[in-house]
Design a protein around this ligand. Structure first.
Ligand SMILES: [Mn+2]
Length: 194
């Protein structure tokens, strides 16, 4: 499966390509200009088994808000595009430890946008990354990929570990949710004609 998306506004310029195969791209490259965010997106790509690139030129002279939120909007849309009309697992969950941190993601990628995440970080920043943007990132992913996402930080003290476990568990859950299965799209409603 492959999804490709470009988005241009006065605040950000974004190009994303995601591919579940590893023939053309062997990993997910990320260049957003925010070091810790790239670290998280590359990690997400590895756990989600998605290869390709995320290229972002954002208005970082303002702050990181537009860049992180718009990247998530584009990433969510690319995921939606990738699974469109494909029969996937749809439901998945993943629990990831990272040292003392333990995070659980439960996802339904069946077309219902909803986010449940209410963890409050202790630190304001990890490098140049604003920790309050994690909520905005997750909300934009849920809305634009039309997924229901519940993320619970079950344990944890270190915000770097907790954030990394969030991105890893989200990635691993998405990897399982987008696994192609035989047969009809898994819904009791049937296909919506548009
Ligand atoms: Mn790390």
């Amino acid at each position: 499966m492959r999804g490709q998306y470009k988005r241009l506004t006065s605040e950000t310029k974004i190009e994303i390509l995601l591919d579940t195969r590893a023939d053309e791209y062997k990993s997910l490259e990320s260049d957003t200009g925010i070091g810790f965010f790239d670290h998280m997106l590359i990690t997400f790509g590895r756990y989600a088994n998605l290869n390709g690139y995320i290229k972002v030129e954002g208005d970082l002279f303002v702050d990181t808000h537009h860049t992180i939120e718009d990247t998530a909007i584009a990433l969510g849309k690319t995921l939606k595009m990738m699974i469109k009309d494909t029969s996937i697992n749809r439901y998945a969950n993943a629990i990831i430890p990272m040292d003392e941190a333990l995070v659980r993601t439960v996802i339904d990628m069946g077309g219902r946008a909803y986010l449940d995440f209410d963890y409050e970080f202790k630190r304001e920043k990890i490098g140049a990354y604003d920790t309050d943007m994690t909520l905005e990132f997750l909300r934009a992913i849920a809305n634009n990929s039309e997924s229901t996402i519940h993320i619970d930080v079950l344990k944890g003290k270190n915000d770097h570990h907790i954030t990394e476990a969030i991105f890893k568990s989200l990635g691993l859950a998405i990897k399982q949710a987008i696994t192609v299965v035989d047969g009809e799209i898994f819904s009791t409603k049937g296909k919506v004609e548009e």
